[in-house]
Design a protein around this ligand. Structure first.
Ligand SMILES: [Mg+2]
Length: 201
């Protein structure tokens, strides 16, 4: 199977680290479990300028390097690849974070994984930037085939909901608890559960 794997909060614990960053930069004390909105500006009560500053910091290579992997995720990627599946990391991170994102994958023994940037949130600069691959527009993403996708963000799940031939695993997170699943979706609470689902597809 060709499998789409999201990066933030599927492969690595980004939101947990961002709660620490919002606390250190702006004194916001928001527990990870209390992040009920995927919009971090809203979740951390930040101004437009503050969220821009937070996200700029969050995409720096040194910050990315410190983000912990989601338990079992790295092993699951290895195991699914060993079983012959073709995995692609599909991220909504800006292409300017490509080198730092690849460095994180290398750091965790996954440097060989394909990493594509897609404008999941309709806010990316689609022009090529120095040394980074271009961010793909949604029309280009629509032309890519996947049999299975693993994703946590409600906005990205909405995009995947239209796919008839793609099963979607919703990785359980506080901000997607109330998400209404489309017919192609199931929820998983851990990578172990995802592995069992992949074996059953
Ligand atoms: Mg995500």
């Amino acid at each position: 199977m060709r499998i789409y794997v999201d990066f933030d909060d599927v492969l690595c614990e980004t939101a947990r680290h961002l709660t620490g960053l919002a606390r250190d930069m702006f004194g916001r004390q928001v527990a990870y479990e209390a992040i009920s909105a995927f919009d971090l500006r809203q979740a951390f009560s930040l101004s437009e300028a503050e969220i821009d500053e937070l996200m700029e910091h969050a995409h720096r290579t040194d910050f990315l390097a410190g983000i912990m992997p989601v338990p079992g995720g790295v092993e699951a990627v290895d195991s699914m690849t060993a079983k012959g599946h073709d995995l692609v990391v599909v991220t909504g991170r800006p292409a300017s974070s490509h080198a730092g994102s690849k460095a994180w994958l290398r750091q965790h023994g996954l440097g060989w994984l394909d990493l594509v940037h897609v404008d999941k949130y309709g806010r990316a600069d689609l022009k090529t930037q120095d040394g980074s691959p271009r961010t793909l527009g949604l029309w280009e993403f629509d032309a890519m085939d996947f049999d299975l996708a693993i994703e946590d963000s409600p906005a990205a799940l909405d995009i995947l909901a239209k796919r008839k031939d793609c099963s979607v695993i919703v990785f359980d997170r506080p901000w997607n608890k109330a998400y209404r699943h489309a017919l192609n979706m199931r929820r998983a609470f851990s990578w172990q559960e995802i592995m069992e689902m992949v074996d059953g597809v």
